[in-house]
Write a protein that binds this ligand. Structure first.
Ligand code: FE2
Ligand code: FE2
Length: 187
């Protein structure tokens, strides 16, 4: 059965790679690079929430739409939301493509017994990609018609995507780091 967003959020069925112990402090540091990169993506995703709050406020008081919401017209907020959402999602897609093409094959080849972990991480990337596409469609609909229903779809899909990404990042950082450190694989 295909992996679902709920499976990823709850971490259901995730394989545990063989334990790697006795890393030097420098090797431990090598493994932590991925977590540092992930923090940046999460920061960009959270930035989108600020725009969503402005849009939510605007939709709640349609009479005030024309002048501005916090100094910005609704149309401008919607445009910014589409742009920020698109940019953050594209960056995330690129990150996953690089992992799929470069990082995962390296880990699977050099770290014994890590094949199932890598296969699961790849499958989780596909779940995230589907979430990104669903959000993009909802964002387009919102841009075409700024109504509460379209916004609610965006907010729901965005919250779900964030939950899936957070869970994926946590799993990936903690389980890949020891293998990356042990084999000098850096990001
Ligand atoms: Fe990943
Ligand atoms: Fe990652």
């Amino acid at each position: 059965m295909a992996l679902s967003e709920d499976d990823v959020i709850a971490g259901r069925g995730r394989p545990e790679p063989p334990a790697i112990e006795g890393l030097t402090p420098l090797q431990e540091l090598d493994g932590r690079g991925l977590a540092a990169i992930h923090r940046l993506y999460l920061r960009d995703l959270r930035g989108i929430e600020v725009l969503m709050n402005d849009i939510r406020a605007g939709l709640a008081h349609p009479a005030e739409l024309a002048p501005a919401v916090r100094g910005m017209p609704m149309a401008e907020n919607l445009r910014l939301f589409g742009t920020a959402c698109g940019a953050a999602c594209r960056a995330l897609t690129n990150h996953h493509m690089l992992e799929d093409m470069w990082l995962f094959p390296e880990v699977a080849e050099r770290a014994e017994g890590h094949g199932p972990l890598v296969a699961r991480l790849k499958a989780e990337h596909e779940v995230i990609e589907a979430g990104i596409e669903a959000l993009a469609v909802a964002a387009e609909r919102l841009a075409e018609a700024a109504v509460a229903e379209h916004f609610a779809d965006c907010a729901r899909l965005y919250a779900r995507l964030l939950a899936v990404v957070r869970s994926h990042f946590g799993y990936e950082e903690t389980r890949l780091a020891p293998a990356m450190g042990a084999h000098g694989i850096r990001v």
